[in-house]
Structures are given as C-alpha cells and as structure tokens.
Design a protein around this ligand. Sequence first.
Ligand code: SAH
Ligand code: SF4
Ligand code: F3S
Length: 475
Amino acid sequence: MSNISINNAIPENALERQLYFIEKCKEHVAQLKKELNRPLLCCTQTFGCQMNARDSEKLLGILEEIGYTPTDSEEADIVVYNTCTVRENANLRVYGRLGQLSKIKEKNPHMVIALCGCMMQEPDVVEKIRKSYKFVDVIFGTFNIFKIAELLYTHWQQAGQIIDIWDSTKDVVEELPTQRKFPFKSGVNIMYGCNNFCSYCIVPYVRGREKSREPKEIVREIERLVDDGVKEVMLLGQNVNSYGNTFEEPFSFAQLLREIEKIDGLERIRFMTPHPKDFSDDLIEVMRTSKKVCNHIHLPLQSGSSRILKLMNRKYTKEHYLELVDKIRDRLPDVSITTDIIVGFPGETEEDFEDTLDVVRKVKYDSAYTFIYSKRTGTPAAKMENQVPEDVVKDRFNRLLATINEVSHTISARYEGQSAKALVECINDHDSSLVTGRLTNNMLVHFPGDESLIGNIVDVKLTECKGFYYMGEML
Ligand code: SAH
Ligand code: SF4
Ligand code: F3S
C-alpha cells in the first residue's frame, strides 16, 4: 500500500489509481441499476482509423468492467464518441450526430455523453463544445483514454462538464480491461504518435511524438491475446517502419516481426501503416520467409508527382516509390498492394495529377482509398497558396476512381478458380446463408456457411471475383 496518499486514499500509481476509480464507478453503477431496476447500457462509436478503433475497445472494456451492458444503439445510458479529425468531414459528422444525441438525452436524465479522441486535441473544438454543446458531460483526448473511469466518477461527484485534455503522453496505462470487437482477431499498438509531419496531416499534432512500445511488452500482449482465442493480429502504428527508432539499443520492425512469428498458436500477422520512405530490405525478407505475415502491403502513395510529394514532406519521389514496388514484386510476386491517395493538394496541376494516374496504372493496386484534400488548420499545407478549385478536384477524383477500378479489377481477379485460406469473420450482412471470410491478401470472400465457422481458418475455392471481393465455396 506504499503508493497511497494519506489525504484521500487515492493511489498515486497510475494503474492503481484507475483500478481504484473503476471500483468507485462499479459502486455507483450498481446503485443506479438498483434504483432504476434495469441494466445500464453503454455505446461507443468509432469515427477514425484502426488505432481509434483499438482505443474504443479499451473504453468499452472499462465500461463493461464498471457494470454497463454494451449495445449498438445510441439510446443508451452512456454514449462515447471516439472522434477523428484527419479530414473536415470526420468533424462535421460528429457535430451532426451530437444534435441527435441531445434529443435522446432529454428523455433519459441519467444519460452521460462523452467525447474523446483526436478531435478533442484541438483547442478550438473543445472551446466550441464547452460553449455550444453544454449537454456533453465528459471531454477527454487521445493521451488519457485510460482515465475514463476517473473522469466519469468525477462527473458524478461534481456534476457539470468535465474537461481533461493532455498535450502529450504522461502516463501510459495498458493493463486495464479491453473488450475486443472480434474474439478471433485484434489490433495491437506497437507505437504511438508520429514524427513525420507530412504537411497536410494533423495526426502528429493530435497524437503527439512517436514512441515505440518495448518488444517484450508487445509479445506478452499478443501471447495473452492468443491464449484468449486470437488467431490474427494487426500491428498498429502511423509508421511501423520507424518502429524502435526511439530505443537506445536499436530494434527494427523486421526484428519485431521475427519475434512475433515465434508465438505458438498465432496464425496471421498484419501491420499498418508502413511508410514507403523507409521500407527495408530486411522487412521484405521477413515477409518472404514468414509463414504468418499476411500477403498484403498497404503502401500509401498520397501523390504520384515528385514535386507534390516534396511539398507534402513525404521524403520519397515517384521514382523511389516505383523502384520500391518493383523490388517488392520481384521478391514477393504474389503480394497484394493497396494504397491511400490524396487528390487536390495545394498547387496540384493537371500534370502532377497525371503522374498520380501513371503510378496507379504502373503499380496496379489491388485497391486504393482515395481522399479529397482537406485543409487542416495548424498544418503547413493549410497556409499554402493555390488551393485547387473544388470542381477541378471533383473531376480529378472521379477520373482517379475510374482508373483505379480499371486496373484493380483485373489484378484482384488473379486468384479466380484457385483455392485459398480464409479466416471467417461474420455472417454476411446481406444474405444470412453466407459467411464472410478474409484472405491473407486482405480481400473478402463470401461463401455458404453458418455461425459455427466464425473464427476458423478454412479452405475456400474462389469461384468468382466481383471487383473488390470474391464469391466462393468451402472445400
Ligand atoms: N500514417 C498513415 C496515414 C494515417 S491518415 C500514413 O502515413 O500512411 C490516413 C490517410 O488519410 C492518409 O494516408 C492520407 O491519405 C489521408 N489524409 C491525411 N490527412 C489528410 C488531409 N488533410 N486531407 C485528405 N486526406 C488526408
Ligand atoms: Fe500523417 Fe504522415 Fe504521420 Fe501518416 S506519416 S500520420 S500521413 S504525418
Ligand atoms: Fe486516426 Fe483520425 Fe486520429 S485517422 S489517428 S482517428 S485523426
């Protein structure tokens, strides 16, 4: 009990402190359930990327631990929006949905509305919510997700809006309960933050400086996940290729993969996102020899124009990128390559855009996420002149989509008629006689099957490619 402060019995150690508040919340929730004579429901909504989704699992784990029952409906007793601010429309969605939430809250005086995540790291957003969205009860950011129980308890004690935003990592508390969305697969943070400062991107400002987790900690977390039924992990970082750069003793991402490969019972390893500027030969070699690392590389291009890439601060050129893809294809002939592309970065000319189309045609991506450039206040690109007119951007965006569809269809159909292993994830959304499985190249395959297959890796014949997915039959 050495860490207990004399005054109020609240432990000083960050983990013990949260366990203390979890107990306090448990008592409060149990009392409230008794009074209302019904279960209390909780709902978490993820607005952003895989890291955001992983954070939501941590939030849900704590909410369940303190006595809430999870639901997908926002007609709940606590609703947490885990926000994203990477593009303007992510923010707009949050404001839109907050209006609807306030109406639900009018009917349920016990309802707690909490906002957290990347958008909350922007001071003007928090100011706006403080002033104009007074019905929001708890506001926190990306660095103190683990504190939700403490913040909730403080809200119940003090009433009124509780705001707690940190500007960097102070404590990292990772040993708290989590609730995975899928029992058989999980995201695993291998690093936090980003040091790249691509000129369009807000992530380094809202997620802070890059910090890698110790290999031993990561391996231990995955071993525990595997004991709990996980077959596939997705290693998460904004730039996994710079994993280990902050360590005193060098330890590369490729080395980390070698360690994770050794974990008995783990069947598949994915990772996201590698940055093209430092994709090492060693990483390609690990992928070539590994039995577990999946046959897929998400390799964000952003732009095919070396001039724009320089303005974006991406630190590679069109030629470097194409050489890297050639090298990857040479050593991993079967690998699927997908990408992210931004259209309409400030100053992008028709010629620059043609370079992007040229790369798309040359690389023949399996699929690509395409984004219209969104101006993010505080980033260098927001101050650049020559913002591209909306109609020009829209026209380029449509032409890009058409080109991607053209090249992707033939490349993704290359497995037609073959058999492959699929990890069955769920019953098909549209037809309950089908299940949906994921191939090692990250494509989905739909085939006849039932619930008992979920979480299993099965052999499937890929009978027909329908663009970005397959129809199949179990063998
Ligand atoms: N760390 C990852 C990207 C994370 S953000 C990487 O470097 O690849 C995911 C994607 O959002 C980016 O790849 C980029 O294509 C897109 N994006 C980021 N900022 C954007 C902006 N301001 N406007 C439009 N798209 C953006
Ligand atoms: Fe953003 Fe670039 Fe960091 Fe990716 S690498 S998160 S695009 S700054
Ligand atoms: Fe992810 Fe959006 Fe934050 S993309 S890191 S949730 S700004």
